[in-house]
Design a protein around this ligand. Structure first.
Ligand code: GDP
Ligand code: IMO
Ligand code: MG
Length: 427
């Protein structure tokens, strides 16, 4: 079985953690390929709830090897803490593999993320403040620090001195912050080296060999399509490529290895942070949706912005990711509505758009064109098969399928593993 990509089809928080965990027992590897601890993936198993930030959601499946790929940026102190916390709950992390090529989030990245947001004022992106943008910036500028640098203290110190030369000018002279001493950072990070060493591997090689041997490899995306630095609502995006193409780069495998792309999509829409959101509800209905869906960030605790399902975005996600199967989550949240609006197109300056407009300015002006579908009153959280759903809920799913351009293979009716209707086999 080749590699399968699991990707967020909206602005993140679609339920990727739950979907990944669900497939954990059927795959031998789960690989995170981008992002860092800006992610917050929730997995609910029975009465136990786990919030994963850097650990791939496969960590909860005993026979699965969780891998942090080269495309991820790692906050080491936070990762080691996450490992300690989850091991204290009886989940073993001894199989974890961490790419030697993954970049490290350094203290100055976190500091720069926070001050640059403050300086942007009203134009701020609303980042998670975890140092993600500055770390990817340094990666591209070729002044980043990688996992493997931890094992060569001389090189680590040298690289830190070089990069801190201009970082400290920025921090002290532009942002009026305290400078950071290379020696002190080098000491702190070499201190982590021994704890990390058992996990460090040439992960691209391991994954390639596993695929050759016939293993099932699941590539777990963080964030979502509209937060992609190339394909999202730039500049209100994250600094990596969550889209399926990014899975090849961030895991170190070729595109011919991928046989399936599962798009995770909520039955409505949410977004955290700034940026355009055509179907956003800023009224009492939006508040109701936030409360009904428990839409508060797993990483920052921020209230998520809420809105109706947006088929323009769904079609776009299907196209840019090559989605073969959709996993519609949180259908249960919509129970009790009389009519459910679904955005089928946009109107921009009097003109109908069936696709995302070409420019940012037009997207900011996009107004949703709604179809109104019938709602249902029944509690569907115990449904096990499509036929268990009320006719209106079935019709809602079928409509989503038609207007999104990919078949719906699974439906989430609650946060637990077992609250999933599998319409087609996901693997
Ligand atoms: P992720 O970042 O994509 O993994 O998603 P988050 O974990 O940030 O947010 C999804 C939230 O929805 C979590 O609280 C999940 O437990 C919950 N969830 C996932 N699927 C379902 C579902 O089908 N129904 C309900 N009610 N909750 C769900
Ligand atoms: P998961 O994996 C939702 C958003 C932030 C901000 C923008 C940039 O749980 O779906 P960053 O800190 O990445 O530079 O912030 O991206 N963002 C997320 N929104 N879910 C996430 O992750 C997110 N990770 C980042 O809110 O708007
Ligand atoms: Mg999340």
């Amino acid at each position: 079985m080749p590699a399968i990509v699991l990707v967020g089809a909206q602005w993140g928080d679609e339920g990727k953690g739950k979907a990944t965990d669900l497939l954990g027992d059927q795959v031998q590897f789960v690989v995170r390929y981008q992002g860092g601890n800006n992610a917050g993936h929730t997995v609910v198993i029975g009465d136990e709830k786990y919030a994963l930030h850097q650990l791939p959601s496969g960590v909860l499946s005993r026979h699965c090897v969780p891998v942090i790929g080269n495309g991820v940026v790692i906050d080491l102190a936070a990762l080691l803490e996450e490992i300690d916390e989850i091991e204290a709950r009886g989940v073993r992390c001894d199989k974890l593999l961490v790419s030697a090529n993954a970049h490290l989030i350094m203290p100055y990245h976190r500091a720069l993320d926070k001050v640059s947001e403050r300086f942007l004022g009203k134009a701020k992106i609303g980042t998670t403040g975890r140092g993600i943008g500055p770390t990817y910036g340094d990666k591209v500028a070729r002044v980043g620090i990688r996992v493997q640098d931890l094992f060569d203290p001389g090189i680590l110190q040298q690289k830190l001195e070089l990069t801190l030369r201009d970082k400290n000018q920025l921090l002290t002279k532009v942002y009026n912050r305290r400078g950071i001493e290379a020696k002190r950072v080098a000491q702190e990070f070499t201190g982590y080296a021994e704890r990390l060493r058992p996990y460090v591997a040439d992960t691209g090689l391991v994954i390639g060999q596993a695929l050759d041997a016939g293993a099932n490899v699941l590539l777990e995306g963080a964030q979502g399509t509209l937060l992609d630095v190339d394909h999202g609502t730039y500049p209100f995006v994250t600094s990596s490529n969550p889209t399926a193409g990014g899975a090849c780069v961030g895991a170190g495998i070729g595109p011919t290895r991928i046989s399936k792309v599962i798009g995770i999509i909520k039955a409505y829409t949410t977004r955290v942070g700034s940026g355009p959101f055509p179907t956003e509800l800023t009224d009492a209905t939006g508040e109701w949706l936030r409360a009904a869906g428990g839409e508060f960030g797993v990483t920052t605790g921020r209230a998520r912005r809420t809105g109706w399902f947006d088929a323009v975005i769904a079609r776009y996600a299907t196209r840019v990711n090559g989605i073969t199967d959709l996993f519609v989550t949180k259908l249960d949240v919509l129970s009790s509505l009389d009519k459910i609006p679904v955005c089928v197109a946009y109107e921009v300056d009097g003109k109908r758009h069936d696709d995302i407009p070409m420019t940012q300015t037009e997207f900011h002006h996009a107004r949703p064109v709604y179809d109104y579908l019938d709602g249902w009153a029944e509690d569907i959280s115990g449904a096990k098969a499509l036929e268990d759903l009320p006719a209106a809920a079935q019709a809602y799913v079928r409509t989503l399928e038609e207007i999104s351009g990919a078949r719906v293979s699974a439906i989430g009716v609650g946060p637990r593993r077992d609250q999933t209707i599998e319409v087609n086999p996901l693997l």
